[in-house]
Design a protein. Structure first.
Length: 410
């Protein structure tokens, strides 16, 4: 049975809302003749207006008159039909459309999205928090704060002695926001100092947390494969849940070297857009967790393909969930996580109160897990009146340079 009549499902409006309630978000709103509206996240941190224009100028006009129920066909139309396939801008735009259409379909079926995907595989979604501090002891204090909040899995990021900045360390420790200036801030990176420090952090953390807390760490693409192999080996005694993005992954083969040297689990994929970015990593079992998300990897339709491929190789999901992925993405991800059989963990960086007010949602955090709600659709809406009070505010991610000025991976 199709939800609604063909007449009711006709798309009558598609528009982009860019707003900045504490940080920038791009949201696509799709309206149907039957009065059901769906929304999708299309935020690409630091490149928001490129996606907004892609949608507004090239995609929205083509959606008018389409049947909102034909999610797969619309996905293929946008992917194949553009001729220029893949890439973060294209795939975030497709994700915005795809998410809004799943929202509409689930609302028309009067079901929470996870029911439409195949129903529950679990009753809660294990999440990890992002504890960070200016130095080792401050990071341990923050880790304890996260434990008190109920988290069972905690990613630790710390300032490194001798370096002014390190990835993942915020000015306000609970809300991490790296996109701070209209032009990229320049930061200095020193691999040797980091490699000398990171194992000490996790030795101390494991001692303080005991064996029952999952500890994670994000290397944020900053090592060479050989350096990553060394770090993975040095961290083995502290049993990490994962080491994330140890080296850039354009060359998927690079992970073979890391894999051959360490049993520390590896997680990759927050910057991936399609199944082709991770196909070799998965098929050669070079990673343990795939971090692709709803918003940057073509929406629910494409993420499901990636998860299904991963499941054949016992690779589990561990979707990106930083603050630059809007509550619309988080709500949708939680329905996906509730369904997906090979779920591993979900990142959960909290949004600010301002953001949450613009995107009312029915997911909630309790005892280290997130629970998606039971309302029809993905359970997240957009308060457009409130959003209008927060106009788009240009901000870009920082860049990193080595101590001699060489541009490095931020
Ligand atoms: O949350 C993470 O794992 C990140 O690496 C966050 C990224 O730096 C952030 O989403 C970039 O916009
Ligand atoms: Mg990361």
């Amino acid at each position: 049975m199709e939800e609604g009549t063909a007449k009711e499902r006709r798309i009558t409006g598609a528009r982009v809302v860019a707003c900045s309630p504490g940080r920038n978000f791009v949201t696509l709103v799709i309206e149907t003749a039957g009065g059901v509206t769906g929304i999708g996240d299309a935020t690409l941190n630091g490149r928001e207006l490129a996606v907004a224009s892609y949608l507004q100028d090239h995609v929205c006009p083509a959606l008018i008159g389409c049947d909102a129920g034909m999610i797969e066909d619309i996905w293929q139309y946008l992917y194949r039909g553009a001729y220029w396939r893949r890439g973060p801008v294209t795939m975030s735009a497709i994700a915005g459309v795809d998410t809004a259409l799943w929202d509409i379909k689930a609302k028309m079926a009067n079901m929470p999205l996870y029911q439409l995907l195949g129903g529950r595989s679990r009753d809660r979604v294990l999440v990890y928090g992002h504890a960070n501090g200016r130095d080792l002891e401050h990071t341990i204090e923050e880790m304890q704060r996260y434990r008190e909040m109920g988290y069972r899995a905690i990613r630790l990021q710390s300032g490194v002695p001798g370096l002014q900045t390190a990835y993942g360390v915020s000015k306000d420790s609970l809300f991490y926001e790296p996109a701070s200036d209209a032009l990229p801030e320049e930061q200095v990176w020193d691999t040797a100092r980091y490699l000398a420090f990171a194992p000490k952090l996790f030795e101390r953390a494991r001692e303080a947390a005991g064996p029952d807390i999952h500890l994670l760490h994000d290397v944020h693409h900053r090592l060479t494969p050989q350096e990553a192999a060394r770090l993975g080996k040095a961290l083995e005694p502290y049993s990490l849940f994962w080491m994330e993005d140890p080296t850039p992954a354009e060359n998927q083969e690079a992970f073979r070297l890391i894999r051959q040297h360490t049993t520390t689990p590896l997680a990759v994929g927050e910057v991936f857009n399609t199944i082709h970015d991770c196909r070799e990593l998965i098929q050669n079992q070079l990673i343990d967790y795939i971090r692709t998300t709803v918003v940057h990897a073509g929406g629910v339709t494409h993420l499901r393909r990636i998860a299904d491929l991963a499941s054949l190789y016992q690779v589990r999901t561990g979707s990106h969930g930083a603050t630059d992925l809007s509550p619309v993405c988080m709500g949708t991800a939680l329905h996906f996580d509730t369904w997906v059989p090979n779920f591993g963990i979900q990142e959960y960086m909290r949004h600010t109160e301002e953001t949450d007010a613009v995107f009312p949602h029915d997911y909630r955090f309790e005892e280290g897990a997130l629970f998606c709600g039971e309302s029809p659709g993905h359970g997240v809406s957009l308060d457009e009146k409130l959003a209008a009070k927060y106009p788009y505010d240009p901000k870009q991610l920082p860049v990193a340079r080595l101590t001699d000025g060489t541009l490095w991976n931020w």
